[in-house]
Design a protein around this ligand. Structure first.
Ligand code: ATP
Length: 251
């Protein structure tokens, strides 16, 4: 079974403490959504968890031990704030290139590209044009396809719903729910409670460098034990928001 354990993770930038001894475990089958206000440290936590940046203190342990380098990369899918696209390539060539780096066969790459682009692109004509001509949302969708391409055990998505339209956002929710199983851990940072509500099994709220909430979504939804600030992270319960939820899910 997959598992990621972050133990006493601390990180400061220019002497400003961003994460202060954060400890959390994500088990296989869980979709752990990290919430928190702007600048709280969500991206920093994700980047440390997937080894894009080092922690100042603390350990990241995977079920398989302290993985690093190529071994870790082949097991992880990352859609981060850092763009990794190659402007001159079109989406198909870029995804094929990514698949080869992950050691996939030609047939596996072709199958996965078809499955993933079907989730995100109604019209695949644009995918044959160079990436430099893509809109912000299209770029994000190509990066999401690349993250899922090699069916990684550990998935890290940093603000995946930002800049994509509601149709793509709902497709991503479907994909995450289909992808989730006990051999995979999925970690997502987001401000979009509407979508978080559709996919999260667990929630972590970062405040003041600490995990102010760390637990399952059902308890979080009740709002029990949350202070006023944290209640603003809980899905609003007005009829209006439910109506919006319904409209979007029917798109
Ligand atoms: N490379 C860096 N150098 C200096 N400061 C940094 C660096 N990366 C992040 N920070 C600072 O660390 C803090 C946390 O940033 P981070 O991007 O993790 O927040 P976030 O919760 O993801 O925010 P947002 O919701 O706005 O995306 C911020 O104050 C940010 O300015």
């Amino acid at each position: 079974m997959a598992k990621i354990a972050l133990q006493d993770i601390s990180k400061a930038f220019n002497n400003k403490i961003v994460l202060n001894q954060v400890t959390l475990t994500i088990n296989g089958g869980e979709v752990y959504c990290i919430l928190g206000r702007n600048g709280a440290g969500k991206s920093t936590l994700i980047n440390i968890a997937c080894d894009i940046i080092p922690a100042d203190e603390g350990l990241v342990k995977y079920e398989d031990g302290q993985l690093q380098g190529v071994t870790l990369r082949r097991l992880t899918g990352i859609q981060s704030q850092f763009e990794t696209l190659i402007e001159e390539l079109n989406a198909y060539d870029y995804l094929q290139f990514a698949g080869k780096i992950y050691g996939m066969t030609k047939a596996e790459i072709a199958t996965q590209i078809k499955v993933l682009t079907d989730y995100f692109f109604e019209d695949d004509k644009d995918l044959s044009k160079p990436i430099k001509s893509y809109s912000t949302g299209m770029r994000k969708k190509v990066m999401l396809c690349a993250a899922f391409l090699h069916k990684p055990k550990y998935m890290f998505l940093d603000e995946p719903f930002a800049n994509i339209d509601p149709i793509a956002a709902n497709a991503l929710c479907k994909l995450v729910n289909a992808y989730r199983n006990e051999n995979r851990c999925i970690i997502i940072s987001s401000h979009d409670l509407l979508y978080v509500n559709k996919i999260a099994t667990h929630i972590g709220v970062i405040e003041g460098g600490k995990l102010a909430y760390n637990g399952n979504i059902d308890k979080f939804r009740t709002g029990a034990g949350l202070d006023e600030d944290m209640l603003s992270y809980v899905q609003p319960k007005s009829n209006e928001s439910f109506l919006l939820d319904q409209i979007i899910s029917e798109l």
